[in-house]
Design a binder for this molecule. Structure first.
Ligand SMILES: Nc1nc2c(ncn2[C@@H]2O[C@H](COP(=O)(O)OP(=O)(O)OP(=O)(O)O)[C@@H](O)[C@H]2O)c(=O)[nH]1
Ligand SMILES: [Mg+2]
Length: 281
């Protein structure tokens, strides 16, 4: 059998488990997963290489109607990930009533085959997979109890073109270490706060020094208002220290060395700031 390799993009509405599936296929926690909607902002590629195939998988933000410049840019990120894909994984979950027809139509226009994937089969909700001509194949899965994921990965690989690997086999992602680590911090902020603070936060690493014994990470956390800044700081800086500590533990495990983290909080109405959005998203 010849080696197969191709580009596969995960799309769908917010919060259906796209990033969970992405991480599950890669067997590595690369993309941020939280119980909140609109967690993913950037498209990110993860690469799964086996002896027989290489899947270059893209996770994308959940598709939302735009109310900020940030959302416009998130939607553009989705559509630009579609182009050049060999296969699309459209994800929904057992709770969702309607598919996102705009997204599906965009894929059909590009004549890219679609797998229809219904996630969260572990939930006690009756769901019957529909046979639909729009989709090449369909799967009922659960990333939580790992049901039917391997079967689906093999079916994905079968549909890829015969092609040599695009990336060398030890490459896991197209993103750099600054991005991966800033996402860990952003994930901790999402876990620590309800409501608006996570959505108003942008994390940026501007100094990343990986020495033999110590990894030093410094950067900025942007929020939009002074009151969000004081919520993020917490009483006497308790909250931000806790977020830094939790992030540090995750990063120390990943690099297996001591990590120093320091973030300064800045206030800027960044989500509608054209220059900011276009330079950073
Ligand atoms: N019960 C159950 N929950 C799941 C499953 N997969 C994901 N979840 C949960 O669903 C929530 C959203 O998961 P994400 O992977 O962040 O979803 P997403 O589609 O990437 O979300 P956005 O990036 O916001 O669009 C999290 O709380 C997950 O733990 C599953 O198979 N079963
Ligand atoms: Mg996501």
């Amino acid at each position: 059998m010849s080696f197969k390799s191709g580009f596969v993009t995960i799309i769908g509405n917010p919060n259906v488990g796209k990033s969970s599936l992405f991480n599950e296929i890669l067997n590595f926690d690369l993309s941020v997963v939280t119980h909140k909607s609109q967690t993913t902002r950037d498209s990110i590629k993860g690469i799964l290489t086996t002896a027989n195939f290489q899947i270059v998988l893209s996770d994308t933000p959940g598709h939302v109607e735009s109310s900020y410049l940030l959302h416009d840019k998130m939607n553009k990120n989705i559509y630009s990930s579609l182009e050049g894909s060999d296969l699309i994984l459209y994800i929904t979950d057992v709770k969702e009533k309607n598919i996102n027809q705009n997204l599906i139509d965009a894929v059909i226009k590009l004549e890219i085959p679609i797998f229809y994937i219904v996630n969260k089969s572990d939930l006690d909700i009756n769901y019957r997979l529909l046979n639909n001509d729009l989709f090449l194949d369909s799967f009922l899965i659960s990333t939580k109890n790992k049901k039917d994921i391997n079967n689906m990965i093999n079916k994905i690989a079968q549909k890829l073109p015969a092609h040599p690997a695009f990336y060398s086999k030890d490459v896991l992602t197209d993103k750099n270490e600054r991005f991966i680590n800033s996402e860990i911090v952003r994930g901790e902020i999402f876990k620590s706060f309800t409501q608006e603070v996570p959505y108003s936060t942008h994390v940026e690493i501007n100094s990343f020094k990986n020495d033999e014994k110590l990894l030093r990470i410094e950067g900025y956390i942007y929020v939009e208002t002074e009151s969000q800044k004081s919520i993020l700081l917490g009483k006497k800086g308790k909250k931000i220290r806790e977020i830094s500590k939790n992030s540090r533990h995750i990063i120390e495990k990943m690099y297996n060395k001591q990590v120093y983290i320091n973030f300064t909080i800045k206030v800027l109405k960044w989500r509608n700031d054209q220059k900011f959005i276009f330079s950073k998203y």
